[in-house]
Design a binder for this molecule. Structure first.
Ligand SMILES: [Zn+2]
Length: 314
């Protein structure tokens, strides 16, 4: 079974280490009283988040629908393909009725929970959904899900104002780099840059119906990073600007490393490199081979559906 995690962005772990070192440096540099308080605070935050997660999970069990082959066969099929490709470990996927485009993971122990809000399923086609599911499974596979819980608590330790801002910014910096890694996992799961990009655009503009609306939405996203206030605001946000995520994915899709990774994960579902169709069963999984998402419309070339992809060269 191919389990490589080499889609992790290079400096993701460097930034994580830097963030932890910063947290430790602030703890050491402040007085011993603060030191003790910080320790107690971190333990308290950890206990609180563990408690919150458990409560959240219990609430989900009542209100959310666990994705399974009987009730949500189509979604279950996508989940199984993504899981076979990325090998994230035990993950339960829940569908939650909410009026919001969102998906997220949580949990410290196994299985992790992956939550998808219903509008995602209504708005995105199967390939785009595979990107979203793969993105979230990437967070699980790379350990972001449990690390986020612990580091989130640590970054909130009581510290002098300047240091607190610095810690928070460092934590957010790591969050944003994790998003780039998870986007790569999403791309590997869906196997098509065009689907990955259209999924990202639909996060901002879920109601696009035509190519014109799509182009307009993308042009709006493209202008995001021209605004200096957006660039400054990003320093305190958990997610990078969508246009940056799109551009980073485009760059990654050009690399030989990506092609190698894609061939590896495709092999997990019996696909040959470059072939979008799984043809056989994997050795570990005795269930029938899953079929990949099928496009809802008549097949069109990527450039026909998304001509802007061809034009863009930067
Ligand atoms: Zn994410």
């Amino acid at each position: 079974m191919f389990r490589s995690r080499r889609y992790r962005v290079d400096n993701e772990q460097v930034v994580l280490v830097l963030t932890v070192l910063l947290v430790l440096a602030v703890i050491v540099l402040t007085s011993s009283v603060t030191f003790c308080l910080s320790g107690v605070f971190i333990l308290g935050m950890f206990a609180l988040s563990a408690f919150t997660i458990r409560a959240h999970h219990r609430a989900l069990m009542h209100s959310a629908q666990l994705v399974n082959g009987a009730q949500t066969p189509e979604l279950d099929r996508l989940v199984r393909i993504c899981s076979q490709k990325l090998q994230p470990g035990p993950v339960d996927v829940y569908l939650v009725k909410q009026n919001q485009m969102n998906a997220y993971t949580f949990g410290i122990g196994d299985p992790k929970a992956l939550v998808i809000y219903t509008p995602m399923v209504q708005v995105m086609d199967p390939g785009e959904l595979s990107f979203v599911i793969g993105h979230e499974m990437g967070h699980v596979a790379l350990g972001h899900t449990w690390l986020n819980t612990i580091l989130g608590g640590m970054a909130g330790i009581p510290a002098p104002f300047g240091a607190a801002v610095l810690l928070y910014a460092a934590f957010r910096w790591w969050n944003r780099i994790c998003e780039y890694s998870a986007d790569r996992a999403g791309l590997l799961a869906c196997g098509d840059l065009n689907l990955a990009v259209s999924a990202l655009v639909k996060l901002a503009a879920p109601n696009i119906r035509s190519q014109q609306e799509f182009d307009r939405a993308l042009a709006m996203l493209d202008a995001q990073d021209d605004d200096v206030s957006n660039v400054l605001a990003e320093a305190f946000q958990s997610h990078p600007m969508l246009i940056r995520r799109i551009n980073k994915l485009r760059d990654y899709a050009q690399t030989a490393e990506y092609r190698q990774m894609q061939a590896g994960v495709n092999g997990n579902v019996g696909e040959r490199a470059g072939s979008p169709m799984p043809t056989g069963q994997t050795r570990e999984d005795p269930r029938p081979a899953v079929t990949p998402p099928e496009p809802q419309e008549a097949p069109k070339s990527p450039e026909e559906r998304w001509p802007w992809l061809k034009k863009k060269e930067d």
